[in-house]
Design a protein around this ligand. Structure first.
Ligand SMILES: [Zn+2]
Length: 80
């Protein structure tokens, strides 16, 4: 399935942008061991197209940007 327009528009946008209305928060991603872990991103799933969107913090890579996980494209095709 292709990413919907709202996801494509948000991809690479500054993370100060709010999530679009059909994104559901699915938790946070951390990097490092417990006591020293750094929150690098929030994970959202799009209710329209089913893609994951990651909202990176300033400690993430890319720093402070939204990123669309396009790998869900190929996964969907392989399992269909
Ligand atoms: Zn979407």
């Amino acid at each position: 399935m292709r990413a919907c327009e709202a996801c494509v528009e948000l991809n690479s946008a500054p993370s100060s942008w709010p999530p679009h209305p059909n994104l559901a928060l699915f938790g946070a991603g951390f990097f490092g061991v417990l006591a020293h872990s750094v929150m690098i991103r929030d994970q959202y799933k799009c209710m329209t197209c089913g893609h994951w969107m990651y909202r990176y913090t300033s400690d993430g890579d890319p720093a402070a940007k939204w990123r669309l996980d396009r790998q869900s494209d190929s996964t969907a095709e392989q399992t269909a």
